[in-house]
Structures are given as C-alpha cells and as structure tokens.
Ligand binder design. Structure first.
Ligand code: PEP
Length: 252
C-alpha cells in the first residue's frame, strides 16, 4: 500500500524563533488530530534540522531537507552532504524543486546524481517534476514530465526506485495562488503512474506515492487528495501557517 503523505517545504523562510514556534505548534496539533494513516514530513532550512529532528523524535512527523550536494564530503564550500543529514536522522530530501532548476540551473543530469547520492545513504528523495506555463500552453507538459523522470530517475534499479516519492508540481501553480484543477492533477498523476508501470511494472507503480504541489491549501486539499492517483501534497506557503498546514494533513 502506498503511503499518503503531506510534506511541508518551508523554503528560505523563518528565523530561528519562528521555526521553533511553528514546529512546536505543528507537533502539539499533530497529537490531537486523526491523520488517517498519512505521514507528515517537515522540510525546514538546513540550520533548523537538528532542532526539528529533536522535536520529531517525540512527535508524529518525519524530517526532510530541501537540498543536498551529491558527495559525502570534500571541497564544496557552502554545501551539505547526505551523510551529514543521515547522522541527524533526516529521512527525506526534496530534489529537483523548480526553484532550484530555475535559480540554480540544476539539470536533469545533475539531479540524477543527487538522487543516487541520497539513496546510497538511505534517504528518500521527494523528486519534483512539472512543466512551466508555456509548456502546458503548447501541450508539451506530458513530454516535459516524462523527460524529467527518464533523465533523473529511470536509470534506477527496480529495488532502488521503490524508495522514490514523486511530487508533480506544475511550475505555474507554485506560489501563484493558481492551483491545478483536480482533473489536471489526476490526469498527470495517472500519466506518471503509467510511465512507472511501463518501466518498473504495475506493482511498483501502485506502490509509488505521487504528491501534488502548487498552491495547495486548507480549502482545496481535500478535493485534490480525493483523486485516485493523488497521494497527498508537497506544500509551500501553506506549510508556514500551523493551523492551515494541520488542516491539509487531515484532508484525506
Ligand atoms: C512548493 O514550493 O513546493 C510549493 C508547492 O509551493 P506553494 O504551495 O507555495 O505553491
């Protein structure tokens, strides 16, 4: 049975005191709500990971990072390795977010290296894919997503692929307030599952969690998550407001 997941991507937000307040509010609320089997993951900025993994130890959520550099150690000033995250009990890492593709020119080929580096250390990649608006308008969105999966993930052996979580994030929906319709989300999620089935078989496809991301909030989450191939969400802006984030985690 694939997991239902709600992951919060805090991006480059919160100062330490705000991060402490936010994680405390989320942890306290998670004690009181029914998650219906869903897993909650928080992905804060690197410098809060230690504090947040300490809170997670006594709470009902897991911790992910937002990025890594694909090497264990070495002369890579300013970078963080998967080995460092592993020692902090970080279990997940976002890879291929559109902001990293856009602002840091991360290519499918480079993201493939990040995926491999995470898997070597037993961290689960939350692999983001999705098209920009002109690509959707030109009806190229299926080809774009296919290529992202083929070039960054489909080199994996079948056993390794089972550790991948996919997040479909249409770039035109990220941080814009414009959400994909439930039909648009379902159509792409079903397509992604079909691609996985063709490459790794029907069992692998049905075991893979495919999350939706892009202006998902407390109001639209239930409708999106009700779709048969939408297994939860990767949440940006709405993950910074504890009450709204908790509402999303209980939207299954
Ligand atoms: C994201 O950054 O992954 C995201 C989905 O952002 P938002 O929810 O703010 O659109």
């Amino acid at each position: 049975m694939r997991k239902k997941i709600v992951a919060g991507n805090w991006k480059m937000n919160t100062v330490f005191s705000e991060a402490e307040t936010l994680v405390t509010e989320i942890a306290d609320s998670l004690d009181d709500v029914e998650l219906n089997g869903a897993e909650v993951i928080l992905c804060p900025p690197f410098i809060y990971l230690e504090m947040i993994t300490d809170v997670a130890f006594e709470s009902n959520f897991k911790v992910g990072a937002q990025n890594i550099y694909p090497a264990d150690s070495g002369a890579f000033t300013g970078e963080i390795s998967p080995l460092m995250l592993k020692e902090l009990n970080v279990e997940y890492c976002i890879v291929g977010h559109s902001e990293r593709r856009q602002y840091f020119q991360e290519s499918n080929e480079f993201l493939k290296k990040k995926v491999d580096a995470l898997l070597i250390h037993g961290l689960q990649p939350i692999f983001c894919c999705g098209e920009v608006l002109p690509e959707r308008e030109a009806n190229q969105h299926f080809d774009v997503v296919k290529r992202q999966l083929e070039e960054s993930l489909f080199h994996l052996a079948p056993a390794a692929f089972l550790n991948i979580i996919i997040a479909y994030e249409p770039v035109w929906a990220i941080g814009t307030g414009v959400t994909a319709t439930k039909e648009q989300a379902q159509e792409m999620h079903a397509y992604i599952r079909q691609l996985i089935s063709e490459k790794y078989g029907a069992d692998a496809a049905s075991e893979t969690s495919i999350l939706y991301g892009g202006s998902c909030n407390g109001k639209n989450a239930a409708e999106l998550f009700s779709q048969p191939d939408v297994d939860g969400g990767l949440i940006g802006g709405a993950s910074l407001k504890s009450a709204e984030f908790i509402k999303i985690t209980t939207s299954f």
